[in-house]
Write a new protein. Sequence first.
Length: 265
Amino acid sequence: MTVTIFDIKRFAVHDGPGIRTTVFLKGCPLRCWWCHNPESQEMKPVTVDITRKVNGKNVPGKKVYGERMEVDQLMEILIRDRHFYEESEGGITFSGGEPLMQPDALAQLLEACKQQCLHTTVDTSGYVDWEHMDRIRPLTDLFLFDLKNMDPERHKSYTGVDNGPILSNADKLLNKGATLIFRIPVIPGFNTIDSEVEGMIRFLKERSEKMTEVHLLPFHSIAGNKYRRLQMKQHFKDVVEPDLKMMHSLKEEFRQTGLEVIIGG
């Protein structure tokens, strides 16, 4: 079976416990205005025109976002760093895009990881059919679950999808005993307004007995070149990144949930 990826990040330390390798799968059902991996959205590889500097001259070229690989071929790469996983209690993280856009390939990869006794993490938007989520649940040691926005209309306006199925899938995972960490992208003016913060705190409080921590991920605007190459509109290019003062202020507010609050992964 083949899987389409757009990046492999070795020695990752923000995508789950320990030292990890993060595999980024292509394809996403959301179109978040703040997306920092716009190359992940389409399922198939995308070729774009680029210009490189060679000996001080601009030289036109091509760049391909995406690669199709056999699952066995990918696993050969992932097990190379087994020693680091074992020493740090790390493992493998599957991210995207939305990794569950390729449910069969993801399930096969998770099964292969379990056969190798590797810790598995799935970083998900939650916007997937429950049957796919439930299928991988027994194979996933940790879910990193996005919590972007509580207002349904606002969520749909800025991501293109309703948050109802997302919140429903989160509750189903928690009720089945899955280990889940909510990750909140902190985007000034979008989900840092009082009503949003209060709504997320209330949501987390109601589920605090089924989880232990929440992560606040500061928005960054480093994807400008990708948007230009892909000829895509960058909606949030003028949004100011949250500073440390804002992040620590939010951290104090989210402590009302009773959960451990971590800035970053």
